[in-house]
Design a protein around this ligand. Structure first.
Ligand SMILES: [Zn+2]
Length: 204
């Protein structure tokens, strides 16, 4: 089954977005090649979000969030005091928003190559189960909270997260690039899994 995808990215990562659009065109993945900035040049973000949801995401089923060096919660404010991440935050909020006739989309985070070392920090031996767990830094230093809250869903009482504990899917750029549809399907399927009931939609 083909799914329609939307790409959320920072302008610094435009080249990666363009590479994906070419790849999707070759593979016949239907992609909405527009960002919030192009859709309506308005400062009224609530209005922009309504239009985004209604006209662009209503039939989109998976949002691909490019995780680069400028897409974290800690990026700060612009000269007008508006968060730098206002657009990508609205894009992810619109993705996760769930309403009849306008259902929630899947969320797929793609870690760009220059972020591999920052996100994938090796493994640690667990003092609870004695097993080995991967250390994956998905937090305010790497992503916006719209993503992290749905990757590490709380409350959580096990010593490590399993795939069933997550709504957001995470993949490295190289892996995604070589088989995009596998990961798009995975993010799509999450919409009907029990974990979909535990999604956090900001603003709460
Ligand atoms: Zn453990």
């Amino acid at each position: 089954m083909a799914h329609k995808v939307f790409i959320s990215y920072k302008k610094e990562d435009l080249q990666f977005k363009n590479q994906l659009v070419s790849l999707f065109n070759q593979n016949k993945v239907d992609v909405i090649d527009k960002s919030l900035n192009d859709i309506i040049p308005s400062d009224n973000l609530d209005y922009v979000m309504q239009v985004l949801r209604r006209d662009y995401l209503s039939d989109s089923t998976v949002t691909i969030f490019l995780i680069g060096e400028h897409s974290s919660e800690r990026e700060g404010n612009d000269f007008q005091g508006r968060p730098h991440q206002a657009f990508i935050k609205k894009e992810l909020q619109a993705t996760l928003f769930d309403r009849e006739n306008n259902s929630r989309s899947g969320l797929l985070g793609v870690v760009l190559p220059n972020m591999y070392d920052k996100v994938y920090q090796g493994t640690s031996i667990c003092s609870t189960c004695g097993g080995t767990h991967n250390i994956v830094a998905i937090d305010d230093s790497t992503v916006i909270k719209e993503f992290s809250a749905n990757y590490y869903i709380k409350p959580h009482n096990k010593c490590a997260y399993t795939e069933d504990d997550r709504y957001a899917v995470l993949v490295k750029w190289d892996e995604f690039y070589s088989s995009p549809e596998v990961f798009i399907d995975q993010a799509f399927d999450k919409r009907k899994e029990p974990v979909a009931n535990r999604v956090t939609v900001y603003p709460k």
